[in-house]
Design a protein around this ligand. Structure first.
Ligand code: MSP
Length: 660
């Protein structure tokens, strides 16, 4: 029989800045769910990626002086970028989509055309308000105090010819989906959506822009690019192969899948996305789960507020699994939660070092000390059961089904709470049985001691299996310490008492979760954050220091700078550097200037440009050719390499105009 297929996605991230702990939260949660489904033996497809188009990226790239593609490449693939972060966090995505991938771009064009051909997309005039940072259009009635309802920032008036999606046509079906199915969770988000968007009347959605070009071009109407949310949302199916031949997984049982998203983008995922699918006649997502936000001091994390928490620093300091665990254990998945370093350290110390860490280290150390690392065969049933044996064993045996219920209802925090109740019960069992006292008289109590230790090892194993999706790396180590081989790490074995062989080879290894000294760690975190801030400010670009020596004004006025137009330009033979310019300098007589800039410019790209030259330098011969003046450039060093930009000025300035 074919395995059950399970498809789960995260939102695809805007690579406009480095990702922070809030982004990490969403991806770790989705990874945990994906790993849980794999543990159950399902075939899992886990997709994440980056949402790379839109005006915000275009603007940021311009500010950085690079093309939008170069800009996003750096943040996605560069050191410390999105891919690096997911690798560090042990994210097990099966696929990574970038909306600039060719196959996705082509698919979006086909999707747009299909919706246009079916009449669901039509051409009209857009008038309204636009929030640039959120890339969202709003109607007057949706604004809050005249500002963007999502981010509270100023919105701009916008009016332009645009394509519209007949979202209004789907209002009834969307209301039904939200109100009468369990598509959207938690249920509190349903009320929000209905009250804020459906009840006021769903308007048609503007789905193309002409005011910028960094997007998927509408192939039948040049000048228009597809609205970034239509481009982004469709990633969930293009990444499977919808309308492209890169992948053949669409229609193979993966879609419909589960979309995990942050609360502020539930609107797009629970209204616009299902409406697009309705228009295309494709199945609707199985589920949209809108998780809460990690807040800092009660407010949103944002780079502009300068309070972004760096997951690299936290993972390096405390370990990836401790960080993953903290995120899932502390904050109920559907609600907001306040992040703090103190809370992180407390959680590590209480749950990981004290409860789990102690259970594992005491159990493995005692098995080593009293039985040389391997319990006697048959000990599981010796001398008992006493009521505490039965209680712990029953708690451990009941755990998987409670955990399963929690995980199926998107409550990983509750699943962890359940596991930790059993861990705490196991620690109490150690205190009840005082193995160190039993060990004093091995002849009388050795059998009882072996049984107590087996009960502890078996409980630890079951908890370990269920903690694997949360802390995959550490659970490998835990299994190695208690001698649990592959067969007793499975989902089935988590409901079987006695899967661990009594004689399994137990080794007390390294301490899995060392205690963290709060004050010292807080200080170190602060220092690391400060150092990272300084490093971020270290310029990639170096400029020459200004000259201290002054020149008097008359001397300055002796330099004759003029606007010149490039009539022709060619490379000087046998020179790697020199370009020969024939320039119109306004005198009516062509001026020839040689310039060593071939490394940065191709001659044909410069013809017709309006430049600046100093024209009263004495003539100079280079490679046998005379140069009469010098073209003015801006120079700096970028990442250790010399960079040069010819000074280009407005083409409206006539040749010969004097600079003063
Ligand atoms: N590009 C869109 C998603 C398109 S999906 C088709 C986007 N990107 S984002 O990078 O801004 O955000 C990605 C996810 O990170 C969102 O789900 C968002 O809610 C989540 N988070 C960003 N900051 C967060 C917190 N502080 N806390 C929790 N999640 C947060 O939106």
């Amino acid at each position: 029989m074919e395995n059950k297929k399970f498809y789960i996605t995260t939102p695809i991230y805007y690579p406009s800045d480095k990702l922070h702990i809030g982004h990490t939260y969403c991806t770790v949660a989705t990874d945990t769910l994906a790993r849980y489904h794999r543990l159950r033996g399902e075939d899992v497809m886990f997709l994440t990626g980056t949402d790379e188009h839109g005006q915000k990226i275009e603007d940021k790239a311009r500010e950085a002086g690079v093309t939008p593609k170069e800009f996003v490449d750096r943040i996605v693939e560069g050191p410390g970028g999105v891919l690096d972060l997911w690798k560090l966090m042990n994210i097990s995505n099966d696929r990574f989509i970038r909306t600039t991938d060719d196959y996705h771009v082509a698919s979006v064009q086909r999707i747009f055309r299909r919706m246009y051909d079916s009449g669901d997309i039509y051409k009209g005039t857009y008038k309204g308000k636009y929030c640039k940072p959120c890339e969202s259009f709003w109607t007057e009635s949706q604004l809050v105090d005249g500002k963007c309802p999502d981010c509270g920032r100023e919105v701009q008036d916008a009016e332009e010819e645009a394509y519209f999606f007949r979202l209004s046509k789907y209002a009834g079906r969307i209301r039904d989906l939200l109100e009468n199915t369990d598509f959207l969770e938690p249920r509190s988000r349903v009320n929000e959506m209905v009250k804020n968007f459906i009840d006021p009347g769903l308007e048609d959605l503007c789905v193309s822009r002409t005011s910028f070009s960094w997007g998927v071009p509408v192939d039948f109407d040049p000048g228009h690019v597809v609205y970034v949310w239509v481009d982004a949302l469709t990633n969930y199916i293009t990444a499977l192969g919808y309308e492209n031949d890169r992948y053949g997984d669409y229609g193979k049982g993966w879609w419909p899948g589960v979309n995990i998203v942050g609360k502020e983008i539930v609107r797009f995922h629970s209204i616009i996305w299902p409406a697009i699918l309705m228009s295309l006649g494709e199945p609707l997502p199985k589920k949209c789960f809108g998780h809460g936000w990690l807040l800092l001091d009660g407010g949103k994390m944002s780079k502009s507020k300068g309070n972004v928490v760096d997951p690299y620093i936290l993972a390096e300091k405390f370990g990836v699994d401790a960080l993953r665990f903290f995120l899932m254990r502390t904050f109920p998945f559907g609600s907001d939660g306040n992040f703090s370093n103190e809370l992180l350290i407390q959680t590590i110390n209480t749950d990981l070092a004290n409860d789990l860490g102690n259970l594992v280290s005491r159990t493995t150390a005692m098995t080593g000390k009293y039985f040389g690392g391997s319990l006697p065969a048959g000990c599981a049933d010796w001398d008992g059961p006493e009521s505490c044996d039965t209680e712990l064993r029953e708690a451990a045996m009941a755990l998987r089904s409670a955990y399963e219920k929690d995980m199926e209802s998107f409550a990983p925090h509750t699943a962890l709470a359940d596991v930790f109740k059993v861990i705490q019960r196991a620690n109490k069992y150690i205190d009840e049985n005082t193995p160190w006292k039993l060990s004093k008289d091995m002849e009388a109590n050795g059998r009882r001691l072996a049984r107590v230790l087996y009960t502890l090892l078996e409980t630890t194993r079951i908890c370990g299996v269920l903690l694997t999706p949360f802390m995959p790396g550490s659970m490998e180590k835990l299994f190695a310490q208690i001698g649990a081989t592959a067969g007793c790490r499975t989902w089935d074995s988590a409901a079987q008492w006695g899967a661990l062989p009594e004689t399994a080879a137990v080794n007390k290894g390294e301490n899995l979760f060392p205690r963290v000294e709060m004050d010292k760690a807080l200080e170190e975190l602060e220092a690391a954050a400060e150092a990272a801030k300084q490093a971020a400010f270290r310029p990639d670009i170096e400029i020459e220091p200004q000259l201290a020596e002054k020149v008097d004004f008359d001397t300055f006025c002796k330099s004759d700078f003029r606007v010149v137009k490039v009539k022709s330009c060619d490379a000087v033979k046998k020179s790697a550097k020199l370009l020969r310019f024939t320039l119109d300098d306004g005198t009516g007589v062509d001026r020839q200037i040689l310039s060593g800039i071939h490394q940065w410019y191709e001659p044909e790209d410069l013809v017709g440009k309006t430049l600046v030259a100093i024209v009263n330098l004495p003539p100079r011969k280079m490679m046998g050719l005379e140069s009469n003046g010098m073209l003015i450039s801006a120079v700096h060093t970028e990442k250790g390499e010399e960079a040069l930009h010819l000074l280009m000025v407005d083409d409206a300035i006539p040749a010969g105009a004097k600079l003063c």
